[in-house]
Write a protein that binds this ligand. Sequence first.
Ligand code: ATP
Length: 886
Amino acid sequence: MNWHQQPKEKLEDLLQVSTTAGLENGQAKARLRQVGPNTLEQKKKVPGWLLFLRQFQDTMILILIAATVISAALGEYIDAITIVFIVIMNGILGFIQENKAEKSLDALKELASPTMTVRRSGQWMTIPSAEAVPGDIVKLTGGDKISADIRLLEASNVMAEESALTGESFPVQKHADVLTSSDVSIGEKENMAFAGTLVTKGHGIGVIVATGMQTEMGKIAHMLSDSENSETPLQRRLSHLGKMLITGALILTALVVILGIMQGQPVYKMLLSGVSLAVAAIPEGLPAIVTVVLALGVQRMIKRNAIVRQLPAVETLGCASVICSDKTGTLTQNKMKVTALAGGNGLTFRKSKKPFERAKHEKLLTYGALCTQIAVEKQENPGMKEELRRDPTENALLEAAEASDISLPSILAAHTIKKDFPFDSDRKRMSVVVTNKKGQSFVITKGAPDLLLERTTQIEANGRVERFTPMKKQEVRQTITLMANKALRTIAVAYRPLKAGETISSAETAERNLIYLGVEGMIDPPRQEAKDAIKECRQAGIKTIMITGDHKDTAAAIAKEIGLLPEYGLVVTGKEWNQASDREKARMIQKTYVFARVSPEDKLNIVKVLKSQGHVVAMTGDGVNDAPALKASDIGIAMGKTGTDVAKEASALILRDDNFSTIRSAIKEGRNIYENIRKFIRYMLASNVGEILVMLFAVMLGMPLPLVAIQILWINLITDGLPAMALGLDQPERNVMKRPPRSSTESIFARGMGWKIISRGFLIGVVTLIGFMTALYEQPDHLVRAQTIAFATLVMAQLIHVFDCRTNGTIFDRNPLENKYLTLAVLSSVVLLVLVIYTPMLQPIFHTTALTVVEWMLVLALASIPTFALAGRTLFRPASRKPAKA
Ligand code: ATP
């Protein structure tokens, strides 16, 4: 269908909708049933049974199954059946882990689902984009991400960035006129906006012509790669590590098998043990557990209002060394209230609940309220609901006027807004052209006082307009500084009557030779929780920098109040920053804690300088113009409430509550997730080292095998499964936020972990062997007893060692019962061990025999050694060499 060629009436006809009232609610529901949800079809899901079967795809598992078949052929039915059972259990465990990982990732995707403003049954309302249908009348505003194909009906200055569809990264101008040519490419359809593209500027209204897979984006959807599912750098590094471990495990296992055969052990038994050992030693569960830990961590972050859009951000968060944060709404509450007015009549503060005196401030309050986006919208749509008032700064201006009995409807009854030049954070001001009842036209401008003053030539005081002498200007500047030092956000208001016949074509022509009217000063109380969060970040070696468009003194006052600006800290303005050379910038940034009056381009430059100094930078933003800086930072953070879709699209993390302290929580969670991954890798690998070494040492010493194949497989199933998972859910150590950030290039084995794995693994192997040898020495003919003791020692040593893995310090540093999942996992493993040893029916299967109390004492004493011997060693270390206590 050539939607771009249809006139409005034809569109109404074709899509069966009235553009003024929109679809009826019922009609929209019926269409939704008919055409389906407005979403792109996901990649085909792997069905459950296939996911389950995939668990057995692993080469080693296949070899194990082959070995089992051989042992069955040799008449070892019980062994064969048990191995099959264990392999299936292993598969189920792997399946549960992977399934859980996939489910949690799906849940995350849903959370980030976008919304749309549509007109239904005559009312504007916000709906999930998935519920939009062809025929819906939608509103587009700068910053929106478009999620359906739309034919524009009205467009004021609309620019769209369509690189996702056309590859063209420069925004293109849109209009609502009919196009005549039928043969036009997507990029040339200037009266249409497409799903997957972004509105960077302006506002407009359009009608949806296609949704879901029918959109242009839908048509190429199968070509898009699903980037959110990509592996994180850590996952990539781990799969590399996995390959190395497999090689290592195979070499060692082969050695065990060859040595065993050379010593005269039966070949088939050695092969079975060898394959079992290889299965046990290869950490096949690693990738799934990492995904589960990442996904569960991400869910915990959501509970704390941080939505992760890109999984790798979870890791990067743990490395963040600088947070560049907006001020308004993030470090402050964004609950603005005008508390001071300064004009030609001097400075007036508002007494707690009392309004300003109307007679004295009428013009400043009226013009301040008239020159707002809310006034512009209210004029277009008088029935507009109050909650649509979005910008707190403008709300404050209106509230101050209303409190003094100057209501917006009464202002709009007396004035008509003819034109508006909206606020943006580059210009830091906004203007309207209005006509009053007497037919006089004038420009009203409001904005950042320092910039506005440059455009004023006259001042109005006590109803008289005078020349704005340099001295007078100086006085006004002093008053503004006084207000800013009290942490007030200041907005100046100025105006200019238009000469007869004068037309205004651009903001530039409007905003000059203005008459200064006054300044409104508003408080925006700091968020109390920000103070603690900044302190905690500082202890964690993370510097917080405030980056704001606000006045230098206002920013500094708030920064001091929340403990962000130390005595020696610098406050730098965008202008000062731009005047500095690259070398000066590099030096300056080390001491700078507040950047004031910056533009979004400055933000980008600040990120670049910080990154060039080796920092890992987290940067917040909300506007369209913030997107480049958000993308350039290591962790772009968008505001969930006030942020535009464009900013959200460009970021890795979204703060649902716009709150600074949420960033702190996310960083803490990020650090913890990484530590937890390290914890279970440490546990799994040390256990595997122990298992391989005990077998290797035994064959090297010419002894019988300390463990039979089934025991090895059982250990792999029980100890590698639940306790490892539980470690992944461990609580953070108390000192996670007292350490400097980890380097992003740090090896997973850094900070002594490699040594810990080898030393503990070695000891686990040695004590198991000692248990085995002691038992054989006492009763040389009772191999099953010796094997049971070795089996119990190995399992118990691992189950004690798991608590040691919870901390970078020693086992004494943490309450062992704190992690209830771990306690449960360990307890159930112990119960299973006891069952396998004492149940008469299971004894022949697992080659075990009941142990006496004395034997258990030996087992427990030996099993404690790997963990406690080395922990004890640290206890006696000189204090200076002790690692920081957890
Ligand atoms: P942050 O970047 O921390 O959110 P901010 O919200 O103060 O800071 P901007 O919104 O870019 O930054 O505002 C910069 C300046 O522009 C403000 O100090 C104020 O003087 C002026 N200003 C803010 N909002 C408006 C508005 N709606 N109309 C006119 N001027 C405004």
